[in-house]
Design a protein. Structure first.
Length: 289
């Protein structure tokens, strides 16, 4: 089974089994995402020498070798308990290399805030048939599987779903890891019926189907262009943004201008009391974000 655009199998991150009742499916985990982030090195400005890091004992102010370093958990201020490899082994849950399915649910029931990172699970040699069986069964049911697994010395909540015939694992946060919104909710400001209708019309102007290919990382592209220009010896200057006087924004004027700037839709119903119908000629413009 090939994963990714190049057809080369990515490096395995984790291996184990999916436990489905009494059925076990041997799988390997590979990354589902290849991020665009640029990686930079730290250099000494005067001679371009790489900058390294040393592990320094804060008490002695001297470097410490790796064999003198231990892991420890702070149980109270300034008091630690050292933790050895055997302690991590003792704490491992039963079925350490198992994704244990506990429920099948509608994926729309899961708030996206719980999703942390995506991985692909691919069958190990000899596990293709039982892997295909689970894929087909989940596709027919239209459900996602929820369960737990241990990876990198930590237990995780996870969701299995099928994407293009491949089992996709969404590593998830536990409920107590999600910060409640209660204290973050703003006070309810008064919104007029006309403002709400205009805002709804503006939303309608941007409505469409999700097409991930139309979005791109323009910042990284521009940063690479700056790097190439500097490599050629060009001087890169920053354009100062236009400054405007601080004024309270005219919400109605901003809504009206936004609606006018984004064409029309079949569903547009708002009519300006001063400028007539909001229906205008032209095609619906897509967001240029």
């Amino acid at each position: 089974m090939r994963v990714g655009k190049t057809g080369a199998m990515p490096r395995s991150i984790w291996s184990g089994t999916i436990s489905f009742g009494l059925v076990s499916i041997p799988v390997r985990m590979v990354g589902a995402v290849s991020e665009h982030a640029l990686h930079f090195n730290l250099l000494h400005r005067k001679d371009s020498s790489p900058i390294g890091y040393e592990k320094i004992c804060k008490e002695e102010g001297k470097p410490v070798s790796d064999d003198e370093i231990v892991k420890a958990y702070e149980v109270s201020k300034g008091k630690y308990v050292e933790v050895e490899d055997a302690d991590f082994e003792a704490a491992r849950a039963e079925g350490y290399h198992t994704f244990d399915i506990s429920d099948f649910v509608e994926v729309d029931e899961i708030d996206p805030i719980y999703f942390e990172r995506s991985y692909y699970l691919v069958p190990q040699d000899g596990g293709e048939k039982v892997y295909t069986l689970l894929v087909r069964a989940m596709e027919d049911a239209g459900l996602a599987a929820v369960g737990t697994f241990v990876m990198r010395e930590r237990e995780h909540l996870g969701c299995l779903r099928i994407r293009d015939g491949v089992i996709t694992l969404e590593r998830m946060y536990f409920a107590d890891e999600i910060r409640p919104t209660g204290e973050l909710k703003p006070s309810r400001a008064r919104v007029t019926k006309q403002e709400l209708e205009m805002a709804s019309t503006l939303i309608d102007r941007f409505k469409g189907s999700f097409d991930p290919s139309k979005y791109s990382d323009t910042y990284t592209e521009k940063l690479l262009d700056v790097i190439k220009r500097k490599q050629k010896g060009e001087t890169v200057t920053v354009e100062e943004p236009e400054t405007t006087e601080d004024e309270a924004p005219d919400l109605m004027a901003a809504l009206r201008a936004s609606i006018d700037a984004h064409g029309t839709t079949k569903r547009a119903t708002w009519r300006s009391p001063r400028r007539g119908s909001s229906r205008r000629g032209g095609t619906r413009a897509r967001s240029g974000r």
